[in-house]
Design a protein around this ligand. Structure first.
Ligand SMILES: NC(=O)C1=CN([C@@H]2O[C@H](COP(=O)(O)OP(=O)(O)OC[C@H]3O[C@@H](n4cnc5c(N)ncnc54)[C@H](OP(=O)(O)O)[C@@H]3O)[C@@H](O)[C@H]2O)C=CC1
Ligand SMILES: CC(=O)[C@](C)(O)C(=O)O
Ligand SMILES: [Mg+2]
Ligand SMILES: [Mg+2]
Length: 490
């Protein structure tokens, strides 16, 4: 097998990267009908597997789980996830032959082995579904020609796929049909029904391609979504400790701060997030974010370049073949960081205080969202896709840090995302070393303590215009307009 993307002519690569059509709510009036009465068998019951299965069943679909024989015999967590939620669980031999749709929700590293094992058992004219395009695009998996291959990719950690559904909302979702495998022409109808079953249509669905999803998902997760929040947590915490801020306070400000400040982002974009600051703090946050964008832009370009040409995938797959040695080493190193080892203090921090004392965090989120959006769109990803992958998903990742710090984020996201997050963190920590030398508690930990809200009018006018004029704000206003069912979290 070879990297599918790299086998295509540039014309086709660009066309697939640009595949992105916002699907109006009217396209989902049939709901889950295309899958009603069909047997959906999910392989794997982890972050996506469990939460998607719960949503699909609540949406009236017939869902069961097939797990590795060892998972069942050893009653592993995946078996408990499925059985304790009342699902039928069986081996591949027992359930795959009965499946109309097989949802492959195992780790990307396992996809070639899993698909190779289940394909011979899949009945003629059935469907194979993915939630990430890595196996098809980066590995070039060849699927039997009678099998329809679709993708329904939530732009969100598995846990929040379920939480947003329970709130009556959903998460933005990319759907696609693999052009090499749509023999009966019903791939799109099935993908739409699957997306509706997860609740994705309530947040927004893009008709995308396996290529557009992979090349944007890898970029978002490695940079703004997980990498920036990991690096920002470590740098901001260590700076506060260096400057004598109480460790419990510092830990709480960061652990819960990302969620609070990015909730403003989710509702009103970067503009609303900065509008939550005083004028002097907004000017400071804007200046810091502009400085951060200059420093980090080469890193964001390198991540996108390595994703586009397959370098990232090759390097990660080398680690797969080395028993995940780097992934496991970097995971344990993360657990040893001061931030991870310091519990949040039993101290009251008001919602506004997270903004006032977290000016640097606001600047990092602004810089990361804008850089990721700008880099993705420069690489051919369409704005709507780049918005979901940079701005809208950041608060959903922040929700996981609020639960149990970087441990929970890295446990909930895919191993692929976790690996990319560590690559970014290893590069960004030294990259920001000089920048952090000039940082003090006025922007992280204590706030400006300004006596008045006065700033230069011209400066404020220019900053407000720059915030509102950024393309992520324009496409964001349109997409948030469709999210009438969005629910408050903080
Ligand atoms: N995590 C996330 O938030 C997101 C993930 N995705 C995508 O969803 C897919 C699933 O990822 P995720 O939910 O994170 O995966 P998890 O690691 O959370 O769960 C993997 C599941 O697969 C099972 N599994 C592991 N290895 C094998 C194997 N060799 N054969 C069969 N089953 C196996 C595990 O059970 P056991 O080990 O007990 O057998 C577990 O139930 C991936 O393609 C990922 O890219 C997409 C969007 C977000
Ligand atoms: C949660 C999500 O969308 C990620 C970051 O892409 C992943 O876990 O792979
Ligand atoms: Mg993703
Ligand atoms: Mg991902």
């Amino acid at each position: 097998m070879a990297n599918y993307f790299n086998t295509l002519p540039l014309r086709e690569q660009l066309a697939q990267l640009a595949q992105c059509e916002f699907m109006d709510a009217g396209e989902f009036t049939d709901g889950v009908d295309a899958l009603k009465g069909k047997k959906l068998v999910i392989v794997g019951c982890g972050a996506q597997g469990l939460n998607q299965g719960l949503n699909l069943r609540d949406s009236g679909l017939d869902v069961s789980y097939t797990l590795r024989a060892s998972a069942i015999s050893e009653r592993r967590q995946s078996f408990l996830n499925a059985s304790e939620n009342g699902f039928t669980v069986g081996t591949y031999e027992e359930l795959i032959p009965t499946a109309d749709v097989v949802l492959n929700l195992t780790p990307d590293k396992q996809h070639t082995a899993v698909v190779s094992a289940i394909m011979p058992l899949m009945k003629k004219d059935s469907t194979l579904a993915y939630s990430h395009g890595f196996n098809i695009v980066e590995e070039g998996m060849q699927v039997r020609e009678d099998i329809t291959v679709i993708m329904v990719a939530p732009k969100c950690p598995g846990s929040e796929v379920r939480e947003e559904y329970k709130r009556g909302f959903g998460v933005p979702t990319l759907i696609a049909v693999h052009p090499e495998n749509d023999p009966q022409g019903h791939g799109l109808a099935q993908a739409k029904a699957y997306a509706a079953g997860t609740g994705g249509h309530r947040a927004g669905v893009l008709k995308s391609s396996f290529i557009a999803e992979v090349k944007s998902d890898l970029m978002g997760e490695q940079t703004i979504l997980c990498g920036m929040l990991q690096t920002g947590s470590i740098l901001c915490f260590d700076k506060m400790i260096e400057k004598g801020i109480d460790a419990g306070y510092a830990s709480k400000l960061i652990q819960y701060g990302w969620e609070v400040i990015t909730e403003a982002l989710k509702y009103g974009g970067v503009t609303n997030m900065l509008d939550r600051l005083s004028n002097p703090a907004k000017v400071k946050a804007f200046e810091l974010s502009e400085e951060l964008k200059v420093i980090m832009r080469p890193l964001y370009n390198k991540h996108q370049d390595d994703i586009i040409d397959g370098t990232f995938s090759r390097v990660m797959m080398e680690d797969w073949n080395n028993d995940d040695a780097n992934l496991l080493k970097w995971r344990s190193e993360t657990a040893e960081t001061n931030f991870e080892k310091t519990p949040a203090g039993d101290v009251e921090i008001s919602e506004q205080e997270f903004f006032d004392n977290g000016i640097l965090m606001v600047a990092m989120v602004k810089a990361g969202v804008e850089l990721a959006f700008e880099t993705m769109t420069a690489a051919g990803i369409i704005e709507e896709s780049a918005y979901y992958e940079s701005l809208h998903e950041t608060p959903l990742i922040a929700n996981t840090i609020a639960r149990k710090k970087l441990f929970e984020m890295n446990r909930t996201i895919s191993d692929t995302a976790e690996y990319g997050c560590y690559l970014y963190n290893h590069a960004c920590l030294p990259l920001l070393a000089d920048f952090m030398k000039n940082i003090d508690t006025d922007v992280i930990g204590k706030g400006l303590g300004e006596q008045s809200n006065q700033v230069d009018n011209q400066t404020l006018i220019q900053i407000n215009a720059a915030l509102r004029e950024h393309p992520v704000e324009k496409v964001g206003a349109k997409l948030r307009g469709y999210m009438s069912a969005m629910k408050k979290i903080v």
